[in-house]
Design a protein around this ligand. Structure first.
Ligand SMILES: *[C@@H]1O[C@H](CO)[C@@H](O)[C@H](O)[C@H]1NC(C)=O
Length: 509
């Protein structure tokens, strides 16, 4: 008698590849979940197809120059995203990720999150959209872009189909940047309220990543993989400490949360090598409302269930399943993620800056081309500097290039006349501020030079922590400005020229 192959046998057969004609077709994560009878009901990725046969849209970008949109598709069925198509479409302007398509066929696309219990920063209360260039990586050597979520950024679908509701079983995984996080609420991916409001305990079941200690936490200082179950980030049985939930230091991290009646689990591992570990697997929390669960079936990315949008993180790919996946199937998905070979790539472009060198930065906007980025006390501004300017002004308009305090792939700019003080952003204005040794300072003082948006400059310089925002002069004062937005300095008029600079030899060093 022929027996039906076991789920594990089928998962491994798929993981090892199926000969279709003469072509070896490697299974994608969702092929593996399907083999375990826990199919993906949502599959999101800006970096690659998550089914071996998928060749449809991965995500949509919108460019600032004319608000035109285009869909980015894989290079081949089952393959890596065509990042070059994005680069061409977005040349000499800015681009935002407007839609992250669902590859599962359920139409569970993620779009700009609407206002909820908390409003977003857009004038209509929506959250911001992510920059399309904030999270460049390579997969097997091919460039792709992740979704870099700054505070205020979020995606959502409140009308998702076939997601788990009530106490129904589900699984989910996400591949994230393990080094991009904060302690604010809540960088989540998963199941949430359909009303964008807090409707009570157990109304969510989502992956959380960060170092919040407001509810649960794990060993060390974080960040941790936890579950946002609403009104609590759970590291295990309760929203307190679970010493078996370790601090994560992987650049690429695989994160898993799954739940079924009276059982749930947290698993994780290095997305670039090795296997998964289980950080919690056991019964539901005893606190009221979490057993049974009251899942509502909306899908969130980068925000909490009530649209709390203070958190940051980076998402590369993730899925949600119908049914509670076995550890074995998840292990085969982890092997697939490792085989995708996520790796870091350059964050900078344009004229190369050299650590230890001194530079001045000249404006390129017509009528302002004699002005350089300088400081007057703590205000960063532009001032006219010539060879006959005072030594004081020349020093105020000169900057030492140092390794990025918050990310070594970018740079920080140290004052020549006030060593130990750096250009940082604060409320989106640029300030000269002393290093206060906080993670917030380091991140806010880190900037990534790119090729200039106009033809007159050598570089445009984006904020590391808010990739939609660039060094911009507006009424002779410096901001990190987006190409359109709620502040006057976000004006689209003259944006390309106002954010384009000529990097020159410093006036003083
Ligand atoms: C577009 O940007 C590139 C790279 O900075 C620059 O060389 C080119 O002159 C720009 N083109 C226009 C039309 O601004």
């Amino acid at each position: 008698m022929l027996s039906r192959p076991s789920i594990v046998q089928r998962a491994w057969a798929l993981a090892l590849g199926v000969i279709a004609g003469s072509t070896l077709v490697l299974a994608g994560p969702c092929d593996l979940y399907a083999s375990g009878d826990t199919p993906c009901i949502a599959a999101h990725s800006t970096t690659r197809a998550l089914y071996s046969a998928y060749s449809g849209s991965l995500y949509q970008v919108k460019r600032g120059s004319d608000s035109a949109t285009t869909a980015i598709v894989p290079l081949t069925a089952g393959g890596v995203a065509n990042a070059a198509a994005q680069d061409t479409f977005c040349a000499n302007t800015t681009c935002l990720i407007t839609i992250i398509y669902d590859q599962s066929g359920n139409g569970n696309h993620l779009t700009q999150a609407p206002p909820g219990g908390f409003d977003g920063p857009e004038s209509n209360g929506y959250d911001n959209l992510a920059s399309a260039i904030g999270a460049p990586v390579t997969l097997n050597g091919k460039k792709a872009y992740g979704v870099f979520v700054s505070p205020g950024t979020g995606y959502r679908n409140n009308e998702a189909s076939n997601t788990a509701t009530g106490d129904e079983a589900e699984g989910m995984y996400a591949v994230l940047d393990g080094t991009h996080y904060n302690g604010a609420c809540c960088f989540d991916y998963g199941n949430a309220e359909t009303s964008s409001t807090d409707t009570g305990n157990g109304h969510m079941e989502a992956i959380y990543y960060g170092d919040s200690t407001s509810w649960g936490y794990g060993s060390g200082d974080g960040p941790w993989i936890m579950a946002d179950l609403e009104n609590g980030l759970f590291s295990g049985y309760s929203a307190t400490e679970n010493s078996a939930d370790p601090s994560i230091s992987y650049r690429f991290v695989s994160t898993i949360v799954k739940g079924e009646p009276d059982q749930w689990a947290i698993r994780g591992g290095n997305a670039a090598s090795g296997s998964l570990s289980t950080y919690y697997s056991g019964v539901r929390p005893s606190a009221s409302g979490y057993n049974p669960m009251s899942k509502e079936g909306a899908i969130i990315l980068g925000i909490g269930g009530d649209n709390s949008n203070g958190a940051q993180g980076t998402f590369y790919e993730g899925v949600m399943t119908s049914g509670y996946p076995t550890d074995a199937v998840e292990n085969s998905v982890q092997a697939n993620i490792v085989a995708a070979k996520y790796a870091v790539t350059s964050l900078v472009g344009g004229t190369a800056l050299t650590v230890g060198s001194y530079v001045s930065l000249r404006a390129t906007t017509s009528g302002y081309t004699t002005r350089y980025i300088a400081h007057t006390d703590t205000t960063i501004n532009t001032q006219v500097v010539t060879s006959s300017s005072s030594t004081t002004l020349k020093e105020e308009a000169s900057w030492k290039v140092v390794t990025g305090l918050g990310n070594s792939g970018c740079y920080s700019f140290e004052s020549v006349d006030t060593p130990g003080s750096y250009i940082r952003h604060y409320n989106f204005a640029l300030l000269l501020a002393a290093d206060d040794s906080t993670k917030q300072f380091y991140e806010d003082a880190t900037f990534c030079p790119l090729a200039s948006l106009n033809s007159a400059g050598t570089n445009s310089i984006r904020s590391w922590s808010y990739p939609t925002r660039y060094f911009r002069h507006y009424e002779d004062v410096l901001y990190v400005a987006s190409n359109g937005g709620v502040d006057t300095f976000d004006s689209t008029t003259s944006f390309n020229d106002d954010v384009s600079w000529v990097v020159t030899t410093a006036w003083a060093s």
